[in-house]
Design a protein around this ligand. Structure first.
Ligand code: FE2
Length: 207
């Protein structure tokens, strides 16, 4: 595994079935936050209780149930906002395929994973994928919303499925039989990833 392994905390967002995340460099106490959702106090409570410095807040995509709390988190913590501008206008840090986010000694790779939305990204700290609404436990995001693209989503899912089997999967919603999983579990139990070709994926996803 490349780089320092971070601690990752999955935080249920009150009043929704969304998850926020903190990726923490325990050597420095610095943290990266993901998708505060409609209840930013849930993420902020953990930051405060742990005495963390939230340096950067990232968004997996621009849908309101993920970004609604951005302003409150940025105001309270002074963090910078990192997102793909196709989805989230005017971020402080522009994310695209191959971007890297450095939090203390932890490096987080960024994958551009369009399909659920055109500016969707997945965050890849060492050993984990924070997948937003691209991949859920045993499911995947919708591709029939405005600007959705089922062919792009299938391609994005195949990219994620190619990660090492032990890679942790941390989704944007609590839609599956358990709150998080691994790539090995998804390869075995996710019917969308198991589709043998684009045609069968589109039939399953859009049918
Ligand atoms: Fe979404």
């Amino acid at each position: 595994m490349d780089g320092v392994a971070p601690e990752i905390i999955q935080i249920p967002v009150a009043g929704s079935d969304n998850f926020s995340y903190l990726v923490i460099c325990n050597e420095t106490g610095k943290a990266f936050g993901v998708d505060p959702g409609i209840s930013p106090e849930c993420l902020l409570r953990v930051v405060r209780e742990r005495g963390l410095t939230l340096e950067i807040l990232g968004n997996t995509h621009g849908h309101n149930d993920h970004v609604a709390g951005n302003g409150e988190v940025l105001r309270v913590t002074g963090a910078k906002l990192a997102a793909c501008p196709i989805d989230v206008p005017n971020p402080d840090i522009t994310l695209s395929e191959g971007s890297q986010i450095q939090i203390g000694k932890v490096t987080i790779e960024v994958l551009h994973t369009p399909g659920h939305s055109p500016g969707a990204v997945v965050f890849n700290p060492p050993g984990a994928l924070i997948t937003g609404d691209t991949l859920f436990v045993t499911r995947c995001g919708r591709a029939d919303l405005r600007n959705g693209d089922p062919a792009a989503l299938y391609h994005s899912l195949l990219r994620l499925a190619a990660y090492p089997p032990e890679t942790k999967v941390y989704p944007g919603h609590d839609y599956g039989p358990k709150p998080n999983s691994t790539i090995a579990f998804e390869r075995e139990h996710n019917d969308f990833i198991k589709c043998p070709d684009l045609e069968s994926f589109i039939k399953l996803r859009m049918g």
